[in-house]
Design a protein around this ligand. Sequence first.
Ligand code: SF4
Length: 188
Amino acid sequence: MLQIDDKIVSIDLLTCGFCCDLSVCAGVCCVYGDSGAPLEKNEEKKLLKELPKFYDYLTPKGQKAIAELGVAVRDGDGDMVTPLVAEREECAYAYFTENGDCLCAIEKAFLERKTTYRKPVSCHLYPIRLKPLGSNIALCYDRQDMCQCARTLGEKNSTPVFRFLREPIIRKFGKGFYGQLEAAYALL
Ligand code: SF4
């Protein structure tokens, strides 16, 4: 563990390689699991406001889930998360490409400049998961079998997890914190 101000950073984020390889995993992180992606406090409102901008990219199943459940739901732990199209199936905001890859409809609209909201912060930061720890916040590495291809490619490219996630780390915590991670990495 590494402490930078109020952030407790898993050393794995600096020492382990990671680089998503969609040609192998097909974006299964949007399908895997028994609840949706964690949402921050302001993100339910944000999803509601931005929904018309990405609505047409949702699948019929995703549109139906949102109509029935809303843009966000509470999971078994009482945390706000994205809805799923059905139990243990994909996130309501997912869509599938012709190749069968599972991608994010919100991000598709963002990349086409239809919204300034890229996607939930937790999805953008994955495989980093944030956990409150007293007055601190822990940045944990969620190591899952489904991402073995990302570990293989990251090791091959010499890309540590934190560097692969430069953009979302800066989105969430700012350039100063990212610079501190780079400085810590240089000292390893
Ligand atoms: S996080 Fe894992 S499952 Fe998701 S796109 Fe990256 S490698 Fe694939």
